[in-house]
Design a protein around this ligand. Structure first.
Ligand code: SAH
Length: 222
């Protein structure tokens, strides 16, 4: 699916990223580690910044947004416990990187981005790497994406002031929602599991994401 690691000059940097930033820090899910070893993260970064793609921090992309830090992507995807038959929603497509990681693990990935320009370049990145099981859409993901619901897992890559009810509604029974919740300065990553129709909420650890802007997120500055 993704580029052949053997012909990829960035494969050694990516391997080091997986070992030192992910495995050494407690990411244990071998499927997640293997997916992040496969996806050529640099191809989702601006071309002047390829090397930075494998460093231990977020990478700036267009519209003042970022590709999340590798550890954060791994922690979110691991918490979402993606299985091969799962249908997954990602809110906040950004570069398309995390959508590619999800596409390595799930049957089908729907991703939604509020900036059309980002959605279009993510779509190009994903098509170039032959990810045929990702659908990129443009819109307000704080409302979820009801037309393809229910989802086995929902991963939100932007911080919300509270857990949007619409996202809980679009989860399948036993589904997992991973979402940073807090104010614009700091948040806690939360895992929400739907059991008997009710959300079971567990805070995981502190984090800092760009804001989720939308109806059930933060409101844009006026
Ligand atoms: N997952 C991305 C990182 C995304 S950063 C990657 O791997 O590159 C968060 C993204 O969420 C930004 O692109 C931002 O524009 C988007 N976003 C913020 N609010 C949103 C909303 N309500 N709906 C959809 N996307 C949103």
């Amino acid at each position: 699916m993704a580029a052949n690691p053997e012909s990829d000059p960035y494969a050694p940097l990516r391997h080091a990223m997986v070992e030192t930033q992910l495995r050494a820090r407690g990411i244990r899910d071998e499927r997640v580690l293997a997916a992040m070893e496969r996806v050529p993260r640099h191809l989702f970064a601006p071309s002047y910044n390829y090397d930075a793609a494998y460093e231990d921090h977020p990478v700036l992309i267009a519209q003042n947004q970022t590709i999340s830090q590798p550890f954060m992507v791994a922690a979110m995807v691991q918490a979402a416990e993606i299985k091969p038959a799962d249908v997954v929603l990602e809110v906040g497509t950004g570069s398309g990187y995390q959508a590619a990681v999800l596409a390595e693990l799930a049957a089908e990935v729907f991703t939604i981005e509020r900036f059309a320009a980002l959605a279009e370049s993510a779509q190009r990145n994903l098509a170039h790497l032959n990810y045929a099981n990702v659908v990129v859409t443009i819109g307000d993901g704080s409302e979820g994406l009801p037309q393809y619901a229910p989802y086995d897992a929902i991963v939100v890559a932007a911080a919300a002031p509270r857990i949007p009810q619409a996202l809980v509604e679009q989860l399948r029974e036993d589904g997992r929602l991973v979402i940073p919740v807090g104010n614009s300065e700091e948040q806690q990553l939360h895992l929400v599991q739907k059991r008997d129709g009710m959300p079971f909420v567990q805070p995981l650890f502190g984090c800092k994401f760009v804001p989720l802007i939308g109806r059930y997120g933060f409101h844009p500055a006026t």
